[in-house]
Write a protein that binds this ligand. Structure first.
Ligand code: RUQ
Length: 649
């Protein structure tokens, strides 16, 4: 056992060796050889549109970035778990509540896995979900406006990693804990981990019309680490699968102590059964504090509510709901093929891929062929559920996606390659090196019953010499492959922003048609909106001053304000009166210590400013909007605290 662990470690260390080899390959030669055929395939002529959207996780930027495929052009960065100066998200009074948590205002996170909503196993393009890994949260982005419109915190969880994947009809978005922790949180010795720390798997329901999220129930699981997850589909609809590692329940030096067991598990959860159980009054309410933040795009304002309890379910009380499938070598990715029959465990310390059969699993369950229940949950026998293995496929498998034509594509981190294999025969068909150390791979729709198997995007952890050096750090890299033929063809490298943990792709036309162009001014229900220009005004309430301001090409109303005093808190409530696509205006105030605002046509946003010095201070529009953009400005006169100058504008 010890030897095999050492062997694996040496492989991990030698990942850098593979990288060195690759760097030789990529120096000069590739460019000329690949350029001619590949260039044509990724070229999108000026004015033309890409075929697919790719939403790539921004990792430690906390955001989600939007690219076009095949061009690899970046279109937008959507702020999710971060304050974003570009638009004022997380700085404006309206959006600050989005970043509220039970730990206070947390304007940063580590975003990992985006997943697009589905109807009957098909991408429907309504919403995209993404998890915050660090202060556990799930966010929902509305794909009409590309705005983050809801964030729900996940209590009793830490390292929200096996998230945020959706079921076939978006009944649920699922969040699984990476770290097991005391549940509920409490002060206790760390070395009492074993048996006392718990993992939680949260099933967050998504309302069919509004998309409103609600933690329906939390399954309290043994103290493993839950790594990734994937919903069943087709015949396995109603089930959800989670990879686990550290089934040793170690709490220190995990790199050795959590690699002892030859097999960890994939936990199979029959969520339909648990749903029925809780609908009939099952489960137990547990006190738990967590924030639920919702943005309304008529009031253009977010509200944050602190929840006080969550419904928990003990799996041992719902017979037939949870089973453990032994899976070799600390499985990382957990992927279900489009038919719903095959569940692939990517044992990251292994050279083989394990493929479980859903049909065999059900058969073993029905015939009660179990191998004990060491954790209070029935364990199935490995041989009983195994559909096959892809032998010696590569080193360090992480993630698998599908092309909908019977093929699977698995990334191998250590041997740094993308491997195509046939799901039925488990035979390797093709392999392509990746530069360098690939993590996830994404095929548009590859996480649904209906993938669009034209392109695969691999997301690499290390960039090395693929781009011009930019100091010690380079942006991570994505690589685009044409997978329409038997052999994969590398078409393009493009940098991603932050760490590209995972991505979700969708045909452009599904989203393009519904994309919202403006907010209607007449429908603006913001508390401080100024709909009629004549209503623009300034009001004092003690030392609070509310400025009701409008903006339209190319002026602000009002643009000269006097009677503001040092020690005042000034709220600029600014309404953009444009009703024309793509004409936002910006607003920046000298000495404002937060950010600017970027206000969309028909929208109202609020910036606060606390003047510290007397004088006459300018503000201006930050987003070039017309030939007279440089004229779009104004002044605020600030007088001493005790002055008796009246407000005027
Ligand atoms: S993980 S490189 Cu955060 Cu998705 Cu597998």
């Amino acid at each position: 056992m010890k030897n095999s662990i050492l062997y694996i470690f040496s492989l991990i260390i030698s990942a850098s060796f593979f990288s060195c080899n690759n760097s030789e390959n990529s120096k000069n030669g590739d460019r000329g050889a690949l350029a001619s055929s590949a260039a044509e395939k990724v070229y999108v002529a000026p004015g033309e549109h890409d075929d697919f959207y790719a939403f790539i996780s921004g990792g430690y930027s906390g955001n989600l970035t939007v690219y076009g495929l095949p061009s690899g052009r970046m279109f937008k960065e959507i702020p999710v778990f971060s304050q974003f100066p570009t638009s004022g998200y997380g700085y404006s009074e309206e959006t600050k509540p989005m970043l509220n948590t039970s730990h206070g205002f947390i304007p940063w996170d580590d975003s990992h896995h985006p997943d697009i909503s589905q109807t009957e196993g098909k991408l429907d393009g309504r919403w995209i979900f993404i998890n915050g890994n660090n202060t556990p949260r799930i966010a929902k982005i509305d794909l009409k406006t590309f705005e983050t419109t809801e964030i729900i915190e996940v209590p009793n969880s830490a390292g929200n990693h096996s998230s945020s994947f959706v079921t076939e009809n978006t009944e649920y978005v699922v969040a699984g804990t990476r770290f097991s922790v005391p549940v509920p949180q409490q002060d206790m010795p760390i070395n009492e981990y074993k048996g006392k720390f718990k993992g939680t798997l949260s099933f967050i329901s998504v309302a069919p019309e509004t998309g409103r999220m609600n933690i329906k129930f939390q399954l309290i699981m043994p103290g493993f680490d839950y790594d990734l997850s994937h919903p069943g589909r087709g015949k396995s609809h109603g089930w959800f699968f989670f990879t686990t590692y550290n089934t040793e329940e170690a709490n220190t030096l995990l790199e050795v102590n959590a690699s002892q067991n030859d097999k960890d598990f994939i936990a199979a959860v029959n969520w339909k059964k648990i749903e029925e159980y809780v609908n009939n009054g099952g489960g137990k309410m547990m006190p738990a504090e967590y924030a639920h933040n919702v943005y309304d795009d008529h009031t253009h304002t977010a509200t944050s509510t602190m929840k006080k309890e969550v419904l928990t379910v003990d799996p041992t009380e719902v017979p037939g709901a949870v089973f453990l499938l032994p899976t070799p070598k600390s499985p990382h990715g957990c992927d279900v093929d489009p038919s719903g029959e095959y569940i692939i465990g990517n044992g990251k310390l292994s050279a083989d891929l394990t493929i479980h059969s859903f049909t065999k699993m059900i058969d073993a369950i029905e015939n009660k062929r179990f191998d004990g229940d060491a954790y209070g949950i029935p364990i199935l026998k490995f041989e009983d559920v195994l559909a096959g293995t892809v032998k010696q496929a590569g080193l360090g498998p992480l993630h698998t996606e599908f092309d909908g034509k019977g093929n699977a594509y698995t990334t191998f981190f250590i041997s740094s390659e993308l491997v195509k294999w046939n799901v039925e025969t488990q035979e390797v068909i093709d392999r392509q090196p990746n530069y360098y150390s690939v993590g996830h791979v994404m095929i548009p729709g590859g996480n649904s019953a209906h993938p669009f198997g034209k392109y695969a995007v691999s997301m690499n952890k290390i960039t090395k010499d693929r781009y011009l050096p930019t100091g010690p750090e380079l942006e991570h890299s994505a690589q685009l492959f044409d997978i329409s033929g038997d052999k994969m063809e590398l078409l393009l490298d493009f940098p991603t922003h932050g760490e590209p943990h995972y991505a979700a792709g969708i045909p452009a036309e599904i989203i393009k048609e519904n994309s919202q162009k403006i907010y209607k001014l007449a429908e603006n229900k913001h508390e401080y909106a100024t709909i009629a220009n004549g209503d623009a005004r300034v009001e004092r309430d003690g030392n609070e001053v509310h400025v009701y301001m409008t903006m339209i090409r190319s002026h602000f109303t009002p643009d000269n304000i006097e009677g503001i005093k040092v020690g005042d808190k000034v709220y600029f409530h600014i309404t953009n009166h444009e009703q024309d696509f793509d004409v936002p205006h910006g607003f920046a105030m000298i000495g404002a210590n937060n950010a600017e605002l970027l206000i969309m046509p028909g929208q109202t946003k609020t910036l606060t400013w606390e003047p510290k010095k007397v004088g006459v201070w300018p503000f201006y529009c930050t987003d070039f909007c017309s030939a007279l953009h440089q004229e779009m400005q104004g002044y605020i006169r600030v007088s001493p605290k005790d002055s008796n100058i009246d407000l005027s504008w």
